[in-house]
Design a protein around this ligand. Structure first.
Ligand SMILES: NC(=O)c1ccc[n+]([C@@H]2O[C@H](COP(=O)([O-])OP(=O)(O)OC[C@H]3O[C@@H](n4cnc5c(N)ncnc54)[C@H](OP(=O)(O)O)[C@@H]3O)[C@@H](O)[C@H]2O)c1
Length: 408
């Protein structure tokens, strides 16, 4: 017996995620109807060449936005919210730029706004921070939130091949796009960390306020030396409460083998959430892919069929701190002559940098000094590196990578 009205979904976008969502919905409609009491069905599909947005909106209870990019996605999301429709989006680009406008509109309209697939694909980062941990005071989140770069770094570590060769392999296997710049520059991860920080700390964070560095300049020998020091190299997004505010950043970072993110390989994503109340939770899984992402989108649709909770509460502006303490890896190519290590140590010491471990290798007339420094304010470490970079015995510019020291 079927007496409840169907739950009508307007699908904006029918690409990798949109098409997979339509397939998954038809496969799972019976199960959803059994669980929720209403049968979800597609009321209309919008692409560049078919469908009319206003017409689809009129006929829908909920809009799924999987177009991507900023406009017209932002305009459609806001129109849907203001028309009182629930919205599910996978769009990190729009939320990391216009999150506040969208969250405000959603709260005002009293509709459900859900966006699990915008961060970490099917890994339930948003739900866990926003709902499961709503009572915990989150202190810090570290994330591997870009599968493309994690695949490339895993390949560099596994094979010893160059960045360029591993990028080409990632493109051949479909893990990287023909234009990989958003991924390899760290900008994609920066957008996701802006969204995470907003949810974890309630602070409005725009993607342009997230300092980020990519993986293009990393060399295989950084990875090889680091392995001797017990370190694994990852592109890590960090969002944390620090003295005076909140720090949100994305950098190539070394992790000790015991860190939960150190062993996350291939195209996987993983996020570690730290809070005094819960110690630490790590979530990991596939960060992208049509069917995986579609499953996160359908999960959001089902949640919206059973209200509330909804959009994040109002943001409280907090200072964004960029000069924070970190441990560092420093790689130096120097002339192999007496006094070099002592001079480097002296400069580091004058800036208050203390060295935790050192590896030294002879290379004919030259030598390679690779060291890990204890946590120190970034400005002080960089000041020391600036001075070291000017020493006459240096044979190449110093290479610096941040290190996360936590062990759990
Ligand atoms: N792919 C993934 O693995 C993945 C993972 C997590 C999150 N996401 C997010 O999911 C969203 C969709 O990604 P995708 O990979 O499915 O993208 P996609 O394959 O490029 O598909 C985009 C769809 O949107 C439609 N579209 C683009 N511009 C439009 C416009 N102006 N008006 C109407 N329709 C328009 C396209 O229409 P045509 O068919 O006419 O070109 C296409 O159907 C993005 O926000 C992305 O960041 C994707």
């Amino acid at each position: 017996m079927r007496d409840a009205e169907p739950f009508r979904i307007g699908l904006l976008g029918h690409g990798t995620v949109g098409a997979a969502f339509a397939d998954l919905l038809s496969a799972r409609a019976d199960a959803v109807e059994l669980a929720v009491g209403r049968r979800p069905e597609i009321a209309g599909v919008l692409t560049r060449s078919r469908g009319d947005f206003e017409d689809i909106l009129e006929r829908s209870d909920l809009i799924v936005e999987v177009i991507g990019g900023v406009e017209p996605a932002r305009e459609y999301i806001l129109k849907a919210i203001r028309a009182g429709r629930h919205v599910v989006s996978a769009n990190k680009a729009v939320l990391s730029r216009h999150g506040e406008e969208i969250y405000d509109a959603a709260r005002e309209a009293g509709i459900q706004l859900r966006f699990e697939a915008a961060v970490g694909g099917v890994v339930p980062v948003i739900r866990v921070i926003h709902e499961t941990l709503a009572a915990a005071h989150v202190d810090r989140v570290h994330g591997i939130v870009n599968g493309t770069t994690n695949f490339i770094l895993s390949e560099m570590s596994r094979t010893g091949a160059s960045y360029a060769d591993c990028l080409a392999e990632a493109q051949r296997l479909g893990y990287a796009e023909a234009d990989p710049s958003d991924d390899v520059s760290g900008r994609d991860a920066a957008a996701k960390m802006a969204i995470i920080a907003r949810l974890a700390f309630g602070a409005p964070v725009h993607i342009d306020e997230v300092p980020h560095e990519g993986i293009e300049a990393l060399a295989p020998d950084d990875i090889a030396y680091a392995e001797e020091l017990g370190l694994a190299l990852k592109l890590v997004g960090s969002a944390e409460r620090v003295a005076g505010g909140v720090a949100v950043r994305v950098f190539p970072t070394f992790l000790y083998a015991e860190h939960p993110l150190a062993s996350v390989g291939g195209a996987f994503n993983a996020v570690t959430i730290e809070s005094e109340a819960i110690t630490e939770i790590t979530l990991s899984g596939p960060g992208a892919g049509g069917s995986q992402t579609a499953s996160a989108v359908l999960g959001d649709v089902i949640s919206a069929m059973i209200p509330p909770p909804s959009a994040p509460p109002p943001a409280v502006p907090q200072p964004l701190v960029s000069d924070v303490e970190s441990a560092f890896y420093l790689h130096l190519e120097v002339a192999d002559r007496p006094g070099v290590l002592a001079r480097v140590a002296e400069i580091l010491g004058l800036q208050g940098v203390s060295v935790k471990s050192v590896v030294q290798r002879g290379l004919g007339d030259n030598a390679r000094l690779v060291m890990v420094a204890h946590p120190v304010l970034e400005s002080r470490f960089m000041a020391a590196v600036g001075l070291i970079g000017r020493l006459d015995f240096l044979r190449a510019p110093p290479r610096v990578i941040r290190v996360i020291e936590e062990h759990f």
